[in-house]
Ligand binder design. Structure first.
Ligand code: SF4
Length: 306
């Protein structure tokens, strides 16, 4: 008999739930100046972006938050869960826009901690995904915050501190820290991985000592633009314990190809709607008896935000 499991930690994190609640309330509030704009995707899941468009929210596109903001001059602007820089905030005020801030409280807290560290004369090396809105906002906090990438020259840094995006994996952070320590021996590290992401990562890491029924498969469900979902995928790949798939929804699975597996485990990112994982899980429980190879999702657009 096949073993089909889903992780304990699934569904939206509190930052995502809060951002969706704020955006919905604004969309249905008659008193809010229209049009209503979002500075990019509220969270990194396209199902949620599609839902928000159906309730009248326009999602702006562009290479940066400033560029997006420069395309509008009236109405309401919602800052996404990833946060914005002071420059973006000030420009929205100068444009007399109504501001709604859906930044995750934890992201805000890490921005405050970095500002305090800079005030305490630390120079910060920052690890994150280039062009991610949280990284863009973090880098604009101060000229003393430098993005770690392949082109980073050797810098003269005062009390160097390693900081990073809240949804990085602990593996990535330690790898970069150990590497940079050779160039900056006094480098210290700030703990910044958000607890929700950390718990999901730990569940994957614990599989290193788990005896799978072989052949085994891990399925990570999430949007490819979601950093925390991507990190779960990379960590699962690193285990070398099973095959690994990274999918958006049930329609990306070919069930004929899954019948060979004796054990299948499901994981989801913090911005992955729980309904998507539940639909896959319930279908996998009937795997041996499925007659179709591809299943169309039966979810409605409202199911994604439950
Ligand atoms: S993953 Fe963590 S930091 Fe990101 S929105 Fe959720 S709670 Fe906030």
């Amino acid at each position: 008999m096949k073993v089909i499991k889903k992780s304990k930690q699934i569904g939206f994190c509190y930052g995502v739930k809060r951002a969706i609640k704020i955006a919905k309330e604004i969309a249905f509030n008659q008193d809010v100046p229209k049009p209503i704009y979002l500075l990019g995707d509220l969270i990194h899941n396209h199902h949620i972006s599609e839902y928000l468009a159906t309730i009248g929210i326009t999602i702006l596109k562009g290479d940066s938050r400033l560029e997006m903001l420069n395309t509008i001059d009236k109405g309401t602007v919602i800052f996404t869960a990833h946060g914005v820089s002071e420059k973006v905030y000030q420009l929205a005020i100068a444009k007399h826009l109504t501001i709604v801030d859906a930044t995750c409280p934890y992201v805000k807290k890490t921005f405050d901690e970095m500002k305090k560290a800079v005030n305490d004369h630390h120079d910060i090396l920052f690890v994150g995904k280039i062009n991610h809105p949280e990284v863009e906002a973090a880098l604009e906090l101060s000229d003393h915050i430098h993005l770690v990438d392949n082109d980073l020259p050797m810098l003269s840094l005062n009390q160097p501190l390693l900081c990073h995006q809240t949804t990085m994996s602990s593996y990535d952070v330690m790898d970069v820290f150990n590497h940079l320590k050779k160039s900056y021996p006094t480098l210290e590290k700030m703990e910044m991985i958000c607890k929700v992401s950390e718990k999901r990562q730990k569940e994957i890491m614990q599989l290193a000592n788990y005896h799978f029924q072989q052949p085994a498969l891990i399925i990570i469900v999430g949007d490819k633009n979601s950093n925390n979902s991507t990190k779960l995928y990379e960590m699962a790949m690193r285990l070398h314990q099973s095959d690994v798939l990274f999918i958006d929804n049930i329609q990306e699975l070919n069930f004929a190809n899954l019948k060979k597996y004796q054990e299948i485990m499901l994981f989801g990112g913090t911005s992955t709607p729980q309904a998507i994982i539940d639909e896959i899980y319930k279908t996998l429980l009937k795997l041996d008896h499925l007659t179709q190879n591809i299943y169309q999702s039966k979810l409605s657009i409202e199911d994604y935000i439950k």
